[in-house]
Design a protein around this ligand. Structure first.
Ligand SMILES: Nc1ncnc2c1ncn2[C@@H]1O[C@H](COP(=O)(O)OP(=O)(O)OP(=O)(O)O)[C@@H](O)[C@H]1O
Ligand SMILES: [Mg+2]
Length: 338
């Protein structure tokens, strides 16, 4: 019998891993978290279930986020994660040597790149193609990248913020900073620790960011109560923080992202940057959901800013369309079949 071959796209993100299948598009999206039994090495949970365990595990269990700043920090856990998620959408019997496209951040080193390839092969792939996340994001956001004019995508994820100006199907200028959603969460933890002497978890910080966080403090002020631990007496304590507090906490990091956008435009040939100035910047990634991020970037650059439709799914959509269209795949991946 002829063996079954499949094409699978993996947006391996610091916060979320999203799987697409050729002909079906995005089929699964789960947090990039793995819970492992430390003693036996056995995998206990992956994705949502594992995320709930973060910071709440007994000694024998460890819940890890195997990617840090967009790159693999724990190879074995990443392999387990990919295998587990892929088996959920493609029955094991059909997972016969698929071709796999995996996204990579543009700042990746050769060694890190080989780790991504390696993880794909270890998980059972016949061929591993690497695709720059920012290219996938641009395609998935619907930018007309093939045209002879400049368009700009900014992908603010969990671990990295990546931005690129594209023209004629290629990346003309790009930039990447390891400041994105995770750093904003850390900023909030740090701010509450310094200001109130109370320690909260990063998961709580993320919740605060999503609920009342805003990139522009001039907007309506909201407040939220959060439980933490008083660092002097070790007892639980509830503090109330406002949008202004959270904006203050995130200010420096937001400025780093803004500066990276400005630098990208400065390095871009004037014909193309003037296209961007008139057509605008498109935002994607989970960071595009931060309230008023579009307004903030617009006010600071004078350039129109648009948020892509379902911004967290852009990269996966771009990967899915690359699976459909071998022309795009060849151009935008490094095309290596090792
Ligand atoms: N409503 C929201 N407001 C603010 N931030 C949000 C919101 N929703 C999600 N985020 C943040 O978006 C980030 C995740 O974005 P995304 O899923 O694009 O990351 P990723 O692709 O996994 O990471 P990366 O591409 O950097 O490796 C998280 O930091 C999350 O807290
Ligand atoms: Mg991403």
């Amino acid at each position: 019998m002829k063996s079954m071959s499949r094409e699978i796209g993996i947006d391996l993100g610091t916060s979320y891993t999203r799987i697409s299948l050729r002909g079906r598009g995005l089929v699964l999206s789960e947090p990039t978290v793995v819970a492992i039994n430390k003693i036996t090495g056995e995998i206990l949970a992956v994705g949502n279930q594992a995320k709930e365990m973060l910071g709440r595990t007994p000694d024998s269990i460890v819940a890890v986020r195997p990617l840090k700043d967009g790159i693999i920090a724990d190879f074995e856990a990443t392999r387990m994660l990919i295998q587990n998620l892929v088996y959920r959408v493609v029955p094991k019997s059909l997972f016969y040597k698929p071709k796999v496209v995996i996204t990579i951040p543009s700042s990746i080193t050769d060694v890190e790149e080989r780790a991504v390839e390696g993880v794909g092969y270890k998980a059972g792939a016949k061929a591993v193609y690497l695709m720059e996340e920012v290219m996938a994001a641009a395609i998935g956001a619907g930018l007309q990248i093939e045209r002879p004019e400049g368009s700009m995508i900014v992908d603010i994820g969990g671990g990295t913020s990546e931005m690129a100006v594209m023209s004629l199907g290629g990346i003309v200028t790009e930039n990447s900073v390891k400041v994105a959603g995770d750093k904003l969460d850390k900023d909030i933890v740090e701010y509450i620790r310094t200001r109130f002497n109370v320690l909260i978890g990063e998961t709580e910080a993320e919740e605060i960011k999503k609920q009342i966080g805003s990139a522009s403090s001039a907007m309506t002020e909201e407040r939220i109560s959060v439980k933490g631990r008083n660092l002097s007496n070790g007892l639980p304590e509830t503090v109330t923080v406002t949008t202004v507090d959270i904006n203050e906490a995130m200010k420096d990091s937001l400025e780093i992202i803004l500066k990276a956008i400005k630098t990208t435009l400065e390095k871009t040939p004037p014909e193309l940057s003037s296209d961007v100035m008139s057509k605008g910047i498109v935002l994607c990634g989970g960071g595009a959901l931060l309230k008023n991020i579009d307004r903030y970037i617009n006010e600071q650059t004078g350039i129109p800013v648009f948020i892509a439709e379902s911004p967290t799914e852009c990269v996966a959509r771009g990967v899915a369309s690359a699976l459909e269209n071998i022309e795009v795949l060849k151009k935008s991946t490094k095309g290596r079949i090792v």
